[in-house]
Write a protein that binds this ligand. Structure first.
Ligand code: CUA
Length: 310
């Protein structure tokens, strides 16, 4: 639980949200206990008893009315101040700073581009620890919502309109996030994995991701590479070095370095990859990849090819 719980924030942006939530919860709990306790007491204390006449009736009580108006008013002002402070802390101004990562929501996966280095990847976002990063959020189709609760606030991802959020990870490890706006049949499988690494390791990762796709070695992988071009995979999936820069499907230049397939549906193993290629609709029904009706031999060749894409 600690890996996903928003109650274990790992950035100043997420921390401010949780602090506000905690204070609001405590104040609400005290008020609820007080009100429910008073109601219960009055029900018991002033219950109807045959030997007692009706209790004394009150018609207006200035002091009481002032008390129960002023106290809530002060509480609301206090909460307003905390909320405005938290809004500012979780969403600081960006002063025209260029985004560090451009995240595009697709039905049903995430594209991540690093405009400063040129890296393009999918579903698994790598970041350096200890520094605030500005994300520009865009959608290629419908409204999604980017939410990695331990690293920052939650933000809608809109078509034709860019939103921005700050994220940061203090500790190097994996963080998990989800799409938080219903966006179609596979909304639940639009998982986000953020891998926070020390700045040195992150630089190594970026260098590695910038390498061109390696030349496939071995007859099977070569047949796979040939097939990839022939059967129009390159209309949707980019592999650096091949013509075109399509964005309809995930960039596959270094697909073998990713942990999962289908935005978190299954682990990235040769068996799962083969199942996916054989019938993408079986592992993730409703995703936009058509069944290419590959033979088992063709599937094996494609798997061999993708395994070289490190
Ligand atoms: Cu994308 Cu829900």
């Amino acid at each position: 639980m600690e890996k996903t719980s928003i109650f274990h924030p790992n950035s100043p942006f997420a921390r401010s949200t949780v602090d506000l939530l905690n204070v609001t919860f405590v104040i609400s709990a005290v008020i609820m206990t007080l009100v429910c306790g008073l109601v219960a007491y009055c029900i018991w204390r002033f219950r109807g008893r045959p030997e007692h006449p009706e209790p004394h009736q009150l018609r207006g009580h200035k002091t009481l009315e002032i008390v129960w108006t002023v106290i809530p008013f002060l509480l609301l002002v206090y909460l307003l101040i905390l909320t405005v402070r938290s809004m500012y802390a979780s969403d600081p101004p960006r002063h025209n700073r260029d985004p560090d990562i451009i995240v595009t929501g697709h039905q049903f996966w995430w594209e991540a581009r690093y405009p400063k280095s040129g890296v393009v990847t999918a579903n698994e976002i790598h970041i350096p620890t200890g520094q605030p990063l500005l994300l520009r959020l865009e959608s290629a189709d419908v409204i999604h919502d980017f939410w990695v609760g331990q690293l920052g606030r939650k933000m809608d991802v809109m078509p034709d309109y860019a939103n921005f959020i700050w994220i940061q990870a203090n500790q190097p490890r994996d963080y998990y996030g989800v799409c938080a706006e219903f966006c179609g049949v596979q909304h639940a499988w639009m998982r986000i994995r953020v891998t926070a690494q020390s700045p040195e390791e992150f630089a190594d990762w970026e260098r590695q991701q910038l390498q061109p796709a390696p030349t496939p070695a071995g007859a099977s992988a070569q047949r796979g590479a040939e097939l990839f071009r022939q059967i129009t995979c390159i209309n949707c999936h980019a592999i650096r070095g091949l013509p075109g820069e399509p964005h309809a499907g995930p960039d596959l230049t270094h697909v073998a370095t990713r942990q999962t397939l289908g935005a978190g549906v299954v682990e990235n193993t040769p068996e799962h990859l083969a199942q996916w290629l054989k019938n993408p609709q079986k592992l993730k029904p409703g995703n936009l990849m058509p069944n290419m009706l590959l033979t088992d031999a063709q599937v094996q060749d494609m798997v061999s090819y993708f395994q070289t894409l490190k």
